[in-house]
Design a protein around this ligand. Structure first.
Ligand SMILES: CC(C)(COP(=O)(O)OP(=O)(O)OC[C@H]1O[C@@H](n2cnc3c(N)ncnc32)[C@H](O)[C@@H]1OP(=O)(O)O)[C@@H](O)C(=O)NCCC(=O)NCCS
Length: 389
């Protein structure tokens, strides 16, 4: 009898130098840096370059990389037109992002010089994806609200550029820093479902726009990237610190789960929650809604206390979604932009894994066990009885 690993759980399918997730120790290493060290200090461009090349950029490389991403923030008219048409239907932003990402790189070659070991076409696609995806998300958010897209300012970095394209004005530095920290925190996370999707696509010899478009589709699912909205809804529904305990007890008594708590891999506190909690506090203190921040902390404290009573053996802790929700809300994002913004950051991880896959490629092609019938005999359509399906 062949053993089947449903969900490929426990299967090690790749070696990577990009990130290490230790769910027991609550440790996340990205490009050799402990998460907090990288996330709090780097700009998104520095983290992305680190993953794509293995080293931090020197000043000249960083300036050039920033400039190339800035230039590619200007979307092609066809991409903008597509977004405008999709906006008329009011489709979710992740669907618009998936459709528009697929238009990138078609027929356009910029001819940028790639770092050593990366093919020219791959580098070109990588720059287009990293540059254009934040512009797509911001343009779609505005088009859907009946507003015209904002002309990007190519001199800005990705975080400031995204906020500028969303709101039409330069964001305060504390908000830019908050967003940089968020983008760095979720940039890579081992062989998660969307990263695996990208590697499967690249393993066939396909291109990077295809790999990232497929990965966006995988990230969209609620079991992967689609959960931060409900964590915030819960904080709003609780409304006041005094209401936290009765609300949470009622939720658990009704058999419902508390959003933003528990994790499949982390059996201790998700290290990303700590980094984002600090980033959220810093940002909220700088002119944000401190009452909301204090409420979220009170909800978290109460939830952890009650979850420890409720499931002492599970060690349920705060996960990344709880503080993601708070931070992105503080940046002025509506909840349906949370997952698209996650995709903007994770694109760097998807691309870096794609480069790793290219360098030591082997077609990813697992097997299945056939459990269907055999030896069926063909019957013409007219003689087939009606079968309810
Ligand atoms: C993320 C999640 C799916 C991981 O689950 P898991 O570690 O595989 O654990 P299970 O789903 O097997 O749950 C184990 C037990 O803990 C309970 N539990 C897990 N997370 C819980 C939560 N957030 N609130 C209340 N109870 C929870 C389950 O009800 C289950 O209880 P049971 O054994 O009596 O059935 C789960 O913790 C969850 O649903 N969290 C809320 C949603 C969320 O925040 N998602 C974002 C994840 S980043």
């Amino acid at each position: 009898m062949t053993a089947i690993n449903t969900g490929l759980e426990g299967i090690v399918a790749a070696e990577t130098r990009l990130s290490m997730v230790d769910g027991t120790a609550g440790e996340l290493v990205i490009g050799g840096f402990p998460l907090a060290e990288l996330a709090m200090n780097a700009t998104f461009e520095e983290s992305a370059w680190l993953l794509l090349t293995g080293e931090l950029p020197d000043a000249a490389q960083l300036a050039r990389f920033r400039e190339e991403l800035g230039t590619r923030r200007t979307l092609a008219p066809e991409t903008l037109e597509l977004l405008a048409r999709i906006a008329e239907s009011g489709a979710p932003a992740m669907d618009a992002l998936r459709a528009a990402a697929g238009t990138l790189g078609i027929g356009v070659r910029h001819g940028s010089t790639p770092p050593d070991g990366i093919a020219g076409a791959d580098w070109d696609d990588a720059l287009s994806l990293l540059g254009a995806m934040p512009a797509i998300v911001a343009a779609y958010a505005r088009l859907r609200d009946g507003l015209p897209p904002v002309t990007p300012d190519p001199s800005l970095g990705t975080a400031a550029g995204f906020l500028q394209m969303l709101a039409g004005e330069l964001p305060p530095p504390a908000r830019v820093r908050g967003l940089e920290t968020y983008l760095n925190t979720v940039i890579d996370h081992g062989l998660n479902a969307s990263t695996f999707t990208a590697r499967v696509i690249v393993s066939t010899g396909s291109d990077l726009v295809s790999a990232v478009t497929g990965a966006i589709g995988a990230l969209k699912g609620p079991l992967h990237g689609g959960a931060p909205g409900p964590a915030l809804d819960m904080v709003f529904a609780i409304g006041s610190a005094a209401n936290a305990e009765p609300y949470i007890r009622a939720e658990l008594a009704a058999g419902r789960r508390l959003m933003g708590f528990g994790h499949r891999v982390y059996k201790v506190r998700d290290p990303r929650a700590d980094v984002l909690a600090v980033a959220a506090e810093t940002m909220f203190r700088d002119g944000g809604d401190m009452a909301l921040y204090e409420l979220a902390r009170a909800v978290e404290e109460t939830a952890l206390r009650i979850l420890a009573e409720h499931k002492p053996e599970r060690r349920l802790q705060t996960n990344v979604e709880f503080y993601t929700a708070l931070l992105l809300h503080g940046l002025g994002l509506s909840t349906d932009l949370f997952t698209p913004l996650f995709a903007v950051s994770r694109t760097a991880g998807w691309l870096a894994h794609s480069f790793e896959q290219r360098r030591a490629n082997k077609l990813i092609r697992p097997q299945s066990v056939y459990t269907g019938p055999r030896d069926r005999k063909w019957i013409g359509a007219e003689e087939r009885g009606h079968v309810e399906v």
